[in-house]
Design a protein. Structure first.
Length: 295
């Protein structure tokens, strides 16, 4: 069994079409089809089945693609060990939350294009629960997730979780109302807006957990009326009188919106890179993880 044929199968499992595989591996669709057909004969099982006008992997094909990750990683590790100058090559699929993708993944993709053109990053925007679900089904290679110190996530022990960075978040309010805060600290800030409507996240409950924790410490229950995932939309809702909500302190704000720091207790977002255990030996994945950690 030639490892090159395993590479064709693995890329098909990742990318979903023979045309995409041909583009990435710089060959033709007929070559992709021929190599996978030979691989099926070598293994004695059907690896593909019709899916409309396209094809998809059979259950046996998916299992072999999973084995291919380990096999190709081992072969690549030997090659790199024997040739330290060898360049990693492959497609790394990343799913993550929008601000994290902008902050970390896009710069990494740009750096790879300049320094490691044979490593390609494919990006999908997803909230943590969505990204982790895709990671468990092997639809992606890296899940970029987050939690808050006041709303810690429970990590799946079957996954490798690497801390990346932390960032302070504050309470975004209409600028003319910022002076209503009396005292210092997070509790004074949230207390000043106890009668306001609050804006939560439509795809992740962590924001509301943080606000609920602070509000409980301040002796009230927040009233969530709007929910939005897009941070610019959160600002627009605040400016339109729709309430107040959490935003990163570093987020560019409109002239009529200001972000008040939340400290003591601090509200800090914590970002993570999650992978399936044992997969980070694959050189392209190890390279991307290293660049993310270097952020």
């Amino acid at each position: 069994m030639e490892t090159r044929r395993l590479q064709f199968l693995l890329e098909l499992s990742r990318l979903g079409s023979m045309r995409a595989v041909a583009d990435v591996l710089e060959t033709t669709t007929s070559t992709v089809s021929q190599q996978i057909s030979v691989l099926a004969k070598e293994t004695g099982v059907a690896l593909l089945e019709p899916d409309g006008r396209r094809v998809r992997l059979t259950p046996a094909g998916r299992r072999l693609a999973e084995h291919a990750v380990t096999i190709l990683a081992a072969v690549e590790a030997v090659r790199v060990d024997l040739d330290p100058e060898a360049e990693p090559a492959g497609t790394v699929r990343v799913a993550g939350f929008g601000t994290g993708v902008r902050h970390a993944v896009l710069p990494v993709a740009d750096l790879l294009a300049q320094r490691h053109p044979r490593v390609r990053v494919v990006i999908s925007e997803h909230e943590p629960a969505e990204a982790l679900a895709q990671l468990r089904t092997d639809d992606i290679d890296i899940a970029l997730t987050y939690d808050y110190g006041l709303a810690p996530a429970t990590h799946d022990p079957s996954l490798a979780v690497r801390p990346l960075w932390t960032a302070p978040w504050g309470l975004a309010v209409p600028r003319p109302e910022a002076n209503r805060v009396r005292g210092t600290g997070a509790l004074a800030v949230v207390s000043a807006f106890r009668e306001h409507d609050w804006i939560g996240n439509s795809r992740n409950g962590a924001d509301e957990t943080v606000v609920g924790t602070l509000a409980s410490m301040a002796g009230f229950s927040p009233r969530f009326t709007h929910r939005a995932d897009n941070l610019d939309l959160v600002q627009d809702l605040i400016a339109a009188g729709g309430g107040v909500g959490l935003l990163p302190e570093s987020w560019p704000t409109r002239p009529d919106v200001t972000v008040l720091p939340l400290t003591g207790p601090d509200v800090r977002l914590r970002a993570y890179a999650c992978t399936r255990r044992g997969r980070d030996a694959w050189p392209p994945l190890a390279l991307v993880l290293g660049l993310l950690r270097a952020d």
